[in-house]
Design a protein around this ligand. Structure first.
Ligand SMILES: NC(=O)c1ccc[n+]([C@@H]2O[C@H](COP(=O)([O-])OP(=O)(O)OC[C@H]3O[C@@H](n4cnc5c(N)ncnc54)[C@H](OP(=O)(O)O)[C@@H]3O)[C@@H](O)[C@H]2O)c1
Length: 508
């Protein structure tokens, strides 16, 4: 039995000096820089930047849309404020006393139809709030792409955000990057799952376009280096890794690393929506994100200007090195932030079970008595999902996940960020953790497509010197289709849930 409780090993406790990327930066801590605001901190890049700034001794205020109890542990010594860039009032408060602000807000997860206007509005509000507060500088990480060519909506939107931020008086440093390679990044997970899962690849014309991917550690170095190098103020820079490759070559490189045979077949058919949909069925990344990212493949994304190398000199990693590091992080179970942390975008604002007026309309319950101790049972509960699956009738859970993915839901293949640690807001397949109480309770909220809202609670209670392991399904709906759905699933619930807790007990 594994004695380490999944939640004893929180991400911060496992975040040690070797996880910091900017230790070998040529620039130094600048004590004259006042408080730094990091927006998009719950996202992939922002979540990795905050610990670096704190470790270097900066005073940091983190801006998130919804505060989670985990943030205090994750970023000790950081001030945490809740603000939405689309809400100007709260945004103003976030800027009070700020010296420099990082702009890492991105609404890609809203999907192709909505993200452009939301991103532009957020950038406008941010610029005005920054001006009112009179901050000294803004640092923005955007996307590479030649603005003179016809850019994809994603890359065009990144350029529009840069222009919007620059319209004001505050000097803005713009860093422009192509694909970021690192454990937990959406683009890396798409390529990795394709390379692992397939051996025949259709190559549409756009897969021959060239790209200059960059490792997440190099992105973080440039973000910190820019802060510490005054000459970068108000300038725009392209940042990239050592290699320029086609997407086909990226897949081939990964195939070589995985020692997999691959066959590539050139096809003239280039409909992005079709490829995005098929890709989303094979990889954990949903079609809305895949489509926006694939749209970007229509453009060549290569650094046009490498002047940043003179100001912040270090040797960036090659694509192969960056991929190997990402794979090794996954193997060591040391993935600190993942694209799913912020997807779907509404998750942070979702209704919690304890906020349901009058409680949930429907519940299903099953339990068993055991002599096993609470830590072993809890440890076993916390292993569910991801590679381990759902212990019993796994195929049924998978089938439900596949139906969800076909319906453009999150599906069950999102898996987990970590196999040994869990925290509030982590994703477990199509669930998200709403509450976790060590050795007592794990409450999951579903994010699959349902005609209602659903939660699954595992809890352990003491009873006559033994333990009662309970599983409760809560469901709330007001629609007829929602009620029909509940009664249709009810016969399966008892069978699946009871066998699930029996299996949890057996594995404890
Ligand atoms: N990841 C890449 O491969 C890549 C490549 C090149 C460039 N970049 C650039 O890097 C930047 C950061 O990207 P990322 O991958 O870290 O993005 P991400 O993981 O999608 O995170 C986006 C962040 O923006 C926040 N956000 C969205 N709407 C907001 C709003 N209205 N108010 C406040 N916060 C809001 C999200 O908060 P919630 O948690 O509340 O949703 C989340 O923290 C982007 O500008 C992107 O273009 C990324």
């Amino acid at each position: 039995m594994n004695n380490i409780s999944p939640i004893e090993k929180s991400p911060l406790q496992s975040w040690d000096n070797t996880d910091l990327f900017s230790n070998d930066l040529p620039s130094k801590f600048r004590p004259q820089i006042g408080k730094i605001l990091v927006t998009g901190a719950s996202g992939y890049v922002g979540g990795r930047l905050v610990p670096e700034l704190l470790a270097r001794g900066y005073k940091v205020r983190v801006m998130v849309r919804a505060v989670s109890p985990e943030y205090g542990t994750l970023w000790p010594n950081a001030e945490i404020v809740a603000a939405d860039a689309l809400d100007t009032g709260r945004l103003r408060a976030a800027f009070e006393g700020i010296d420099t602000a990082y702009y890492l807000i991105h609404s890609l997860r809203l999907g192709p139809r909505e993200f452009e206007s939301a991103d532009l509005q957020a950038a406008g509000n941010f610029r005005r709030a920054a001006e009112e507060a009179g901050i000294k500088r803004i640092i923005y990480l955007g996307g590479l792409g030649d603005v003179r060519s016809s850019l994809s909506s994603h890359l065009r939107s990144r350029a529009e955000v840069a222009n919007e931020l620059r319209r004001g008086k505050i000097p803005v440093t713009i860093l422009r990057a192509a694909i970021i390679v690192g454990s937990g990044s959406a683009s890396y997970e798409i390529i990795q799952h394709l390379a692992r899962g397939l051996f025949i690849f259709l190559v549409p014309p756009w897969a021959k376009n060239r790209c200059q991917p960059i490792a997440i550690r190099d992105v973080i170095k440039y973000l910190v280096g820019t802060l510490e190098t005054e000459e970068t103020t108000g300038q725009s820079f392209d940042i990239g890794g050592r290699d320029i490759l086609t997407y086909e070559l990226m897949l081939k490189t990964l195939g070589e690393l995985l020692q997999k045979k691959q066959i590539f077949i050139a096809v003239p058919f280039s409909n992005i929506r079709f490829y995005a949909y098929i890709t989303s069925l094979i990889t954990p990344v949903p079609a809305s994100i895949t489509e926006c990212l694939m749209e970007g493949l229509k453009n060549e994304v290569i650094c046009q200007d490498e002047s940043i190398k003179n100001l912040i000199p270090f040797q960036p990693l090659s694509y192969k090195e960056a991929t190997l590091r990402a794979m090794s992080r996954e193997e060591q179970d040391r993935v600190h932030t993942r694209w799913s942390d912020a997807y779907p975008p509404a998750h942070a604002l979702a209704l919690k079970l304890n906020e349901l007026k009058g409680g949930s309309a429907y519940t299903a319950y099953c339990s068993l008595i055991t002599e096993k101790d609470a830590p072993s049972l809890f440890n076993s509960i916390c292993k569910i999902g991801g590679k381990e699956g759902w212990f019993y009738s796994n195929w049924l859970w998978r089938l439900r996940g596949t139906i969800d993915r076909i319906l453009l839901g999150v599906g069950s293949v999102r898996g987990r960020r970590s196999y040994s640690s869990l925290k509030i807001s982590d994703v477990i397949d199509f669930w998200r953790i709403e509450d976790i109480q060590y050795n007592k309770k794990l409450l999951l909220r579903t994010e699959m497509k349902l005609p209602g809202k659903a939660w699954l609670e595992f809890n352990i209670a003491e009873e006559d010197g033994k333990r009662r392991l309970n599983l409760i399904a809560y469901y709330d709906t007001h629609s007829l289709s929602g009620k029909i759905y509940w009664y249709m699933c009810l016969p399966f619930h008892h069978f699946i849930f009871y066998n699930l807790i029996k299996e949890i007990e057996k594995r404890s």
